[in-house]
Design a binder for this molecule. Sequence first.
Ligand SMILES: NC(=O)c1ccc[n+]([C@@H]2O[C@H](COP(=O)([O-])OP(=O)(O)OC[C@H]3O[C@@H](n4cnc5c(N)ncnc54)[C@H](OP(=O)(O)O)[C@@H]3O)[C@@H](O)[C@H]2O)c1
Length: 286
Amino acid sequence: MGNRGRIGLDGGMTILVLAATGKTGRRVVRGLRERGVEVRAGSRKADPPFDWSDPGSWADVVRGVSAVYLVAPEEVEPVAPFVAQAVAAGVSRFVVLSGRGADTYAGRFGQSMVEAERVVQASGAEWSVIRANNFSQNFDEDLWYAPVLAGRLALPAGTVPEPFVDVEDVAAVAVALLTEDGHSGRVYDVTGPEGLTFADAVARISAATGRPISYSEITGADYAADLRAEGLPEEVVASLVGMFEVIADGTLARPATGVREVLGREPVPFAEYVARVWGPHTPEEG
Ligand SMILES: NC(=O)c1ccc[n+]([C@@H]2O[C@H](COP(=O)([O-])OP(=O)(O)OC[C@H]3O[C@@H](n4cnc5c(N)ncnc54)[C@H](OP(=O)(O)O)[C@@H]3O)[C@@H](O)[C@H]2O)c1
């Protein structure tokens, strides 16, 4: 930690952050820049643009880069050729954002994350992996936001507790793994400090906002029907239903120590996330 060496600071090297406009990437970019690190944003909107589906866009983006924050695309196919091209261009460190329990998914979910783990481990470069539980920010920056605002969230989550992790913690861990030595070959389970059922989590958001928000338990089949009605593609529907099947196994329910191991402090509690984001104003009120 404190006495670990830092790449990017001494050598004037550049760190490429994929999904740089996303929930974790935005914060990783900010955290690296706060440390004085040169950052290249990987995004279809950046200059040069990065697009997983356009291998012709990769060379300009990996040129001169020492380390990559690797957020896998939805598809498995581009992961291996991208990593090979990055290594050939001189990238010597990868930090992969993956999901908690990635070695238990067995094809039900998250295959591109599993592939990203596998590929960097065989790349010859230094690598480390962040296996995160569901993000707290899924409630205000992702799929659960619209239903929460509408006052009704329905998921097949069961009563297995979920140790929701604050994306600020995920990003802080990523910044440390990208810039400090001593993490090579490590897989960190990154979670919040306590498991909460989805009903509990929604009740806390409801209390903070003063708005009624219901949580109802539905079957995987009903959830799939809801997602299809929202227009989500079939592979995304299957993946989301698969994720809740993985959660129902109960193997991801226990809080883990990754944040403490990397940052030397406890993770942000869900209550702190709720107070910061949902009270006294909801995100759309600013
Ligand atoms: N949500 C969770 O609870 C959770 C938990 C554990 C792991 N994960 C994993 O985290 C990853 C998502 O990370 P995130 O939540 O930080 O991102 P996010 O908020 O879902 O944002 C998606 C990002 O991907 C980029 N993107 C989309 N299509 C692209 C393309 N064709 N080429 C290049 N970039 C593209 C977007 O950038 P542009 O639109 O600017 O190009 C955007 O920055 C997924 O692999 C997910 O499985 C999520």
